[in-house]
Write a protein that binds this ligand. Structure first.
Ligand code: ATP
Length: 411
């Protein structure tokens, strides 16, 4: 039987470097928005349009992850609404929405507190949205976070959803003043391939949040680091090193907070009196590996298979994965008789996938001259190829091709 007194005593942090670890929790709303004055200014200027009787039908807010898009936009909009009775702000995160209907249902739920039945469909959800907004203050700012997720609906065009939101009959009939703020990592027109009818209904107002530079990042996470660590447990040189590396690699505040939390945990675990550079280094590598693995897990099947096939050759002496590989080698593997026919890819499809992988930053390619044999394209992953093999089973589990795991692992 477990002795819980012993168990809890054993696992209680001893000599921790933290004073208040939760200060590093990126889910806690920050007390103040730091280092984004220009952005706050731009957002406030757009909102102040109501004093002249105009809000743009759309505002796109875009930029890489962890750059403060959500916290900044939400805070400024909420503060504005708190000072203007004729303005309402609603926030909906569409991250979990796999269909246009579920996105409309989420918005409906936020506005009314009620769920739309599946039988009511997209039409029913929008009818409910317009009826709810009719009762709202004169101006409504609807913040739609992670809007790019609506592209996951294979049955509908995302343009359909945005067109309804902007030009829906129920909206026009009631003369509803809705300003939809679309928050995403990508440029929407490109990412969602919006059609011209939607593009012309959107306004070109946009606010771009770039990756944080070193000094911004210091300003953004500095107060959280001060609160999180005990005196002297995060030496200035180590703190400086962690922030420089985080700015150089990511420019992402969320990842920076995670890096320092983990580095602190590593120091406590190793019973060190303070966080060291090695604690930072170990976690930089772990954070990069996690991010790349997540990216790989989200790849479409053909893309995953092509990148997995760059890891199939092993060096006979060392047993290490052999890279670079050529397009021909990938083609031989993707067209091999060992693989089921429906997994085979043509040379052309392989070339297209490689181009996509290059754009995603997952592979590097270059041309090598081989004398009489001509010029050969070389392909290499931009990260340790072993990371692909580490997640092979996890990826294939969610596909109809679980049997490929054994086949690929034998290589
Ligand atoms: N300017 C800032 N001031 C204070 N905290 C910030 C700032 N920017 C980012 N943060 C911290 O980083 C976390 C992540 O920020 P936020 O969610 O706004 O990023 P995002 O750009 O919307 O990211 P994603 O695209 O991944 O949703 C916040 O919860 C907050 O803890």
């Amino acid at each position: 039987m477990t002795d819980y007194d012993d168990l809890f005593a054993e696992t209680a942090p001893d000599g921790s470097v933290f004073a208040e670890k939760r200060a590093l929790d990126p889910l806690r709303p920050p007390e103040t928005i730091r280092g984004r004055d220009e952005h706050q200014h731009a957002i406030a200027e757009l909102l102040n349009g109501v004093t002249e009787g105009y809000l743009p039908p759309t505002v796109t807010i875009h930029g890489p992850p962890g750059t403060g898009k959500t916290v900044t936009t939400r805070r400024v909009c909420q503060e504005f609404a708190a000072r203007h009775d004729d303005v309402a702000v609603e926030y909906v995160n569409l991250k979990e929405c796999r269909s246009l209907f579920s996105a409309a249902r989420e918005i409906h739920l936020e506005l009314t507190g009620e769920t739309v039945g599946a039988y009511e469909g997209l039409d029913g959800a929008f009818a409910g949205i317009w009826a709810a907004l009719d009762e709202y203050p004169e101006w409504t700012v609807l913040l739609l976070d992670e809007i790019d997720h609506i592209k996951q609906d294979a049955n509908y065009d995302p343009s359909e959803f945005l067109y309804r939101l902007l030009r829906g009959e129920g909206k026009l009939k009631r003369d509803i003043q809705l300003s939809a703020w679309l928050i995403s990592n990508e440029l929407l027109e490109v990412d969602l391939r919006l059609d011209s009818r939607v593009e012309s209904a959107m306004s070109d107002e946009a606010v771009f949040f770039g990756p944080y530079q070193h000094s911004d990042l210091e300003r953004v996470v500095g107060p959280q680091l001060d609160a999180a660590f005990r005196d002297e447990t995060l030496p200035a040189a180590v703190r400086e090193y962690g922030i420089s590396e985080a700015a150089r690699r990511w420019g992402d505040a969320r990842k920076t907070l995670r890096l320092f939390r983990r580095a602190g945990e590593a120091a406590t675990e190793r019973e060190l009196p303070a966080v060291t550079r090695e604690c930072i280094d170990a976690n930089l590598e772990a954070t990069d590996a996690e991010d790349v693995k997540q990216k790989l897990l989200n790849l479409p099947f053909n893309h995953f298979m092509v990148i997995a096939s760059t890891t199939l050759g092993k060096d006979e002496d060392t047993g290490e994965i052999y890279q670079p590989v050529t397009t021909n080698q990938i083609a031989m593997r993707m067209q091999s008789d060992d693989l089921p026919e429906d997994v085979h890819l043509s040379d052309r499809a392989i070339r297209e996938v490689i181009r996509d992988l290059l754009t995603m930053g997952l592979v590097e390619t270059w041309i090598e001259s081989r004398g009489r044999d001509g010029r050969v394209k070389q392909i290499e992953t931009t990260f340790d190829p072993q990371w692909i093999r580490d997640i092979l089973g996890r990826y294939l589990q969610n596909t109809p091709h679980l049997e490929l795991e054994t086949l690929l692992n034998d290589k």
